[in-house]
Design a protein around this ligand. Structure first.
Ligand SMILES: Nc1ncnc2c1ncn2[C@@H]1O[C@H](COP(=O)(O)OP(=O)(O)OP(=O)(O)O)[C@@H](O)[C@H]1O
Length: 241
């Protein structure tokens, strides 16, 4: 029971010029109940990977490689993206209606709100009435409502204060324990390594390494590449940048 990604790549053809290779050679296997973190510097390709896993490609881009769920091509609702942009929530519909729409009326939206730690009253609220933390949780609720077993959360803590970021990260950890597989993209390596089983480090659209989360400790000597060690050390509180 796994999500398998083999040599995922993205190429953007350009008229009369060399195509741009946006992503190349990204491979991993994720089991149910597991979390794979994806980290890297700004522009490394994290959001592109997140979107490509959910089948969303930049205009004109070609995908290379193979993505399978339990050995088969993913069905449309197998993999859901909780995107970085809060405006992915429909500004014109209350949250409950959005959840019902995604669940195709199969389930009461209240259950999805319970799962992400939001009060059931939130079902009546429009996105502009939510705090940043509530909106992040609502986005996660939409990915649960879609029925996906594999959820890709792109920067779920961006814009949140430290307490709210901790809450959202622990929520992801709890949701994974229910048997879904999560890919969590975050620039916040410290929080990411607390909930992930393994972390894929990306640079320039290429994988640098996939390390077990417990290798991100101390001064990072357990990491196999200088790049990952440098990225990790840059986050340590006593590092002067
Ligand atoms: N639609 C697109 N068309 C062409 N290039 C793109 C497109 N989207 C992203 N890119 C380029 O791909 C690279 C990776 O972008 P991406 O948004 O995935 O980075 P990221 O690691 O998520 O960065 P950040 O942490 O700043 O969000 C960047 O150089 C970006 O300019």
């Amino acid at each position: 029971m796994s999500l398998r990604v083999e040599s995922l790549g993205l190429v953007l053809p350009r008229a009369d010029r060399q195509p741009v290779r946006l992503l190349d050679g990204i491979s991993f296997t994720l089991g149910r109940g597991e979390i794979l973190g994806i980290a890297g510097r700004s522009g490394a390709g994290k959001s592109l990977v997140a979107a490509a896993l959910a089948g969303i490609l930049p205009a004109g881009a070609r995908r290379a490689g193979r993505i399978t769920v339990d050995g088969q091509a993913p069905r449309p609702r197998d993999i859901a993206l909780a995107p970085q942009r809060l405006d992915a929530l429909d500004p014109l519909a209350p949250i409950g209606r959005q959840l019902r729409r995604l669940a195709r009326g199969r389930r009461d939206p209240g259950g999805f709100l319970d799962h992400v730690g939001l009060s059931r009253n939130v079902a009546r609220l429009y996105p502009h009435m939510l705090s940043g933390g509530m909106a992040r949780r609502a986005l996660l609720a939409t990915s649960l409502a879609s029925g996906a077993d594999w959820i890709v959360a792109d920067e779920p803590t961006v814009g949140l204060d430290p307490d709210a970021a901790d809450h959202v990260m622990s929520l992801l950890g709890r949701l994974a324990q229910d048997g879904r597989g999560f890919v969590v993209v975050s620039h916040d390596l410290t929080r990411l390594t607390r909930i992930s089983d393994r972390v894929l480090i990306l640079e320039n659209g290429h994988p640098v390494e996939i390390a077990p989360a417990d290798a991100f400790t101390g001064d990072g000597t357990a990491l196999s590449t200088v790049f990952s060690r440098t990225l990790w050390r840059a986050q340590l509180p006593d590092t002067v940048c």
